[in-house]
Design a protein around this ligand. Structure first.
Ligand code: ZN
Length: 320
């Protein structure tokens, strides 16, 4: 499929930039089933992505592997429905990780958004997770963790700090686990949940050599990195060995080709382009009447190669 496949770039205004021509691994997507995954797979291919790692239920791994072969790598979604029964919770998830690993799974996904914690009071340092995290250490698999949501969400839907806690409080459980388990590799989703405060991300990376971040949640990452492009570029170059490319695209039934295309378009421009362009992704957190813009950071070639594949190869053990 040609890169400029119009199906995926319709309405984006300008053709995507493609300075980097090597393979790309998308280290963070979500996939429910084969039928919905097809469009995401085609869009990824159109933008030069060779391998997509998808958070899945263990039950659909076989079907996805059958359909997409080595292009698809599963990420086992930790099932929290059994947290009321800690022993069973641990046993079932350890089993799911081991079975997933036998089928090529590269990581396990833990989702601790403030609304989940407010409801369950279950965090990333819960003792029930210990056998699960120990299994990941034994297998050399990272924990992909959703740690925090955007600042603008804390100002709006999470403004009730008594219920949701502050944004800073979201990091307490993460830090406890990072320090208790130095051999556990952690992939902090969405720039570790704090692209608004790169100094904070930098401090965590300095303190915990086992902590990596991914670039997923395109709208959020592009918005925040575009706000101060010089500082963002300096950060990515400085931390080039610990950042993995990911989109957080979700394969869902009503998705349009341009939905997927817009995310990959924005990420390509953000990392490879130079200067500001209007972003095709509507963003309620941007108050500028002109709408959101994405500022190309024009990263050096060696940094792009690490971001797009080198780091994911190392962190997730993916060969391409
Ligand atoms: Zn995600």
């Amino acid at each position: 499929m040609p890169f400029e496949a119009p199906l995926y770039t319709e309405g984006l205004g300008q053709p995507p930039v493609r300075r980097y021509t090597g393979p790309i691994i998308d280290a963070h997507t979500h996939v429910e089933d084969v039928a919905n995954a097809w469009l995401l797979y085609r869009a990824a291919q159109a933008f030069g992505i060779q391998v997509f790692c998808g958070v899945v239920r263990p039950a659909v791994i076989d079907a996805l592997k059958h359909e997409f072969g080595e292009s698809f790598r599963p990420i086992v979604r930790i099932d929290h429905s059994l947290i009321g029964q800690p022993l069973r919770f641990a046993r079932e998830n350890v089993l799911a990780i081991c079975e997933g690993r036998a089928k090529g799974a590269v990581a396990a996904k833990f989702w601790y958004a403030p609304r989940f914690i407010a409801e369950t009071h279950f965090r990333f340092d819960n003792p029930a997770l210990r056998p699960i995290l120990a299994t990941l250490v034994d297998l050399g698999m990272p924990a992909l963790v959703h740690v925090a949501d955007p600042d603008c969400w804390f100002e709006r839907q999470y403004s009730d700090a008594a219920r949701y806690g502050t944004k800073a409080a979201q990091y307490e459980a993460l830090e406890r686990t990072l320090s208790a388990l130095p051999d556990l590799k952690v992939q902090g989703a969405h720039f570790g949940g704090d692209p608004e405060d790169l100094d904070h991300v930098r401090r965590l990376m300095d303190k915990y050599p086992n902590y990596y971040i991914d670039t997923s949640a395109t709208k959020w990452i592009a918005r925040e990195l575009s706000a101060a492009p010089a500082a963002s570029r300096a950060f990515v170059v400085e931390r080039a060995d610990r950042i993995v490319f990911g989109s957080d695209l979700v394969a869902f039934g009503d998705a349009t080709p341009a939905h997927y295309g817009s995310r990959y378009w924005v990420q390509r421009w953000l990392w490879e382009g130079e200067g500001a362009r209007p972003s095709p992704i509507p963003d309620p957190c941007v108050s500028d009447p002109e709408g959101p813009t994405v500022h190309g950071l024009a990263l050096p070639d060696d940094v792009l190669a690490k971001l797009y594949t080198g780091n994911a190869r190392r962190l997730l053990g993916i060969e391409i």
